[in-house]
Write a protein that binds this ligand. Structure first.
Ligand code: GAL
Length: 633
């Protein structure tokens, strides 16, 4: 696939007289895709049942006539105000029981049956009208499921749907009581209709109850999305996508992804570094105008897995955003670097958000490729330059990585439900491991938690999996390479109970976790070989001679055959040592890259990416600040 650039555009925000010039300028700088429509319901259907397609017909024609390919969004993230007259009870409730009102976006509860029917109605109308339009060459469902904390709703609609979900899953209240362990604190239920949502309890709710609510909420997103994809497929053969986000684990993206053709995600590297990463102040300062050197790559690899190989960036930060605690200006070169990096990870397209900065409403302070006065903003020129480079480059062919990392949404819910120590966060643990691999110069594939075949990989990491699925366990048993599992792995049954025999129950590794402890920041535990366990560690009972140990004599790394178990959360020193050792054992070459420099291999090239604000010299290569280099292999 030859990679392409695109942009997000809102024709309904601008006078019609401006559209043709906008389209011509997009085409002129080499953009191919334009995403439209995802918030325009009030203009598509100004009054219930009265559609106004004229403007959208003309917008699509104008964009198409300029040679642009349209991604058409379904507008269900922004139901118009009149919808609330029809369905006053369609709004979501927060965990405090407060209604989340109209006046911004995503004001709906996934479980509301009336709103699902309205969504099906507008998607049907849109698909009937544009399903065969030659310019509409891809679809997007809704917009950013889960944005603004909208997956978990504690509404009456959610409660009713949750009860049905439980009744289907357990068939009888007795079975549910047994699975949840409701005998503890006399929490037994006689009827499904007695079961509430796990908010507003006196103290913590039963974790099994919370976990089922999390699974239910995730299933609701999948079901909501599938209603749309089923309709779109009846009317169109264009591929269907959804735009996911960074570090959002509230629903199982792999499950939703099964009903889509392409996974896309919205990459705002500076916003993410400012507001959703556990990093030192130094790191935040050093990369404030570039973004964390691994956060984007992690999501590229994750969404490549979610999209079963097909993925895009649907929204790429072009300049300062408006929503993070601080919103610095990216260094010159970053709008190009971020997109180039995505292409090296297999992105089919990168679309900048947005074409022109809006002079009104919520996102006035969010940059676009154009300023509000239509003059080019810096990213406009970078996008144009990159489009020209891509045209020279041709196809980028991916190469499967030798190292893989398992990612599991349900484990994120599990450890949020029962962290056992402040700071224990599943995403943080997995991302820490990912960073460790990238610092060693490695390209990584991410795998879903039900992966049944690890063939072809030399090293597979699976940190923090609450429950190891049967297929993955069988794959580990058959695996010829090196696996690093742990900490806190296979530590819960599917019913969120502690398994007996005790964890980790791994093939060929005779050890049990007899004790765990969580560690405050000022209580790290030193390892004999150097570095520390922090946040979490486990005491394993075993006959196996440990490969590594803590200074106070607890086994730290146990190995039997190709399987190693890590009995704690390693700091960077310990992690890099252990990874280097296991890579050597697996026959995977490593190098220690200078800070902020990363590499990614494709079939024909190594892409060198310099996230630093200064130039870097490494192995005879000189990379300018915020620069990239495609080196032929
Ligand atoms: C995304 C969203 C866009 C826009 C953007 C601003 O989360 O999908 O509509 O709000 O953020 O950065």
């Amino acid at each position: 696939m030859t990679p392409a650039l695109g942009v997000c555009y809102y024709p309904e925000h601008w006078p019609e007289s401006q559209w043709a010039e906008d389209a011509a300028r997009m085409a002129e700088i080499g953009l191919s895709w334009v995403r439209i429509g995802e918030f325009a319901w009030s203009r598509m259907e100004p009054r219930p049942g009265q559609f106004d397609w004229g403007w959208l017909d003309r917008a699509i024609d104008t964009l198409g006539a300029a040679g642009l390919r349209v991604v058409l969004g379904t507008p269900t993230a922004t139901p118009p105000r009149w919808m609330l007259e029809r369905h006053p009870d369609m709004l979501a409730y927060d965990a405090e029981g407060r209604v989340r009102g109209f006046g911004s976006r995503r004001h709906y509860c996934f479980s509301h049956r009336g709103y699902r029917a309205e969504s099906a109605r507008i998607v049907t109308a849109l698909a009937e009208r544009y399903g065969r339009n030659p310019h509409v060459q891809a679809w997007q469902t809704d917009n950013e499921y889960g944005c603004h904390d909208t997956v978990l709703s504690y509404s009456p609609a959610a409660e009713a749907a949750f009860r049905d979900w439980l009744a289907q899953k357990y068939q009888s209240p007795e079975a549910l009581n047994r699975a949840w362990g409701n005998v503890f604190w006399s929490m037994d239920y006689d009827e499904f209709s007695q079961i509430g949502l796990p908010n507003l309890t006196v103290t913590e709710a039963n974790p099994a109850h919370v976990m089922d609510f999390r699974r239910f909420a995730s299933d609701e997103v999948k079901a909501f999305n599938k209603i749309q994809t089923d309709i779109l497929r009846r009317h169109s053969t264009a591929p269907i996508s959804h735009n996911y986000m960074g570090r959002i684990t509230e629903f199982d993206h792999f499950a939703t992804g099964q009903d889509l053709d392409i996974a896309t995600w919205d990459a705002y590297p500076l916003g993410f570094l400012s507001d959703r990463l556990e990093v030192s102040d130094d790191h935040r300062r050093r990369f404030a105008r570039q973004g964390d050197p691994d956060f984007q790559a992690f999501h590229h690899d994750l969404y490549r897995a979610v999209g079963r190989g097909r993925w895009w960036i649907m929204e790429q930060q072009p300049g300062p955003v408006n929503w993070a605690p601080h919103n610095p200006d990216p260094l010159p070169g970053m709008a190009r670097l971020w997109a180039a990096e995505a292409f090296a990870h297999g992105a089919e397209a990168v679309c900048y958000f947005r074409w022109r900065q809006a002079p009104f409403a919520q996102e006035q302070m969010h940059a676009g490729l154009l300023r509000p006065d239509s003059a080019p903003a810096p990213a406009y020129h970078e996008a144009a330059g990159l489009a020209a480079e891509l045209a020279q480059m041709g196809e980028i062919k991916l190469q499967p990585a030798r190292v893989a990392l398992v990612f599991d949404y349900a484990s994120a819910w599990a450890w949020q439900t029962q962290p056992q120590g402040r700071g224990f966060d599943y995403f943080r643990l997995v991302f820490h491991a990912y960073k460790g691999l990238r610092k060693l110069g490695l390209s990584v594939d991410i795998l879903p938690p039900d992966t049944a075949d690890l063939d072809g990989y030399a090293l597979v990491l699976a940190p923090g999996l609450a429950t190891i699925s049967a297929p993955l366990m069988a794959a580990f048993a058959a695996f010829k390479g090196v696996a690093l599992i742990g900490p806190r792995s296979n530590a819960k049954t599917v019913d969120f109970a502690t398994p007996v025999p005790l964890p980790p129950n791994l093939p060929g590794l005779a050890a049990v976790v007899a004790r765990v402890e969580s560690l405050p920041a000022d209580l790290p535990v030193a390892l004999r070989e150097g570095g520390h366990f922090e946040i979490w560690r486990e005491k394993c009972e075993t006959e196996i001679a440990p490969e590594e140990e803590t200074l106070d004599g607890w086994p730290a790394l146990l190995t039997a055959g190709g399987i190693s178990y890590l009995a704690g959360w390693p700091d960077e020193v310990a992690l890099q040592r252990i990874l280097t050792k296991l890579c050597a054992r697996a026959g995977v070459g490593t190098e220690t890259l200078p800070e902020g420099l990363r590499r990614r291999e494709t079939q024909s090239h190594v892409l060198w990416v310099n996230y630093n604000a200064e130039s870097v010299e490494y192995q005879g290569i000189n990379l300018p600040a915020a620069g990239v280099l495609w080196q032929e292999k």
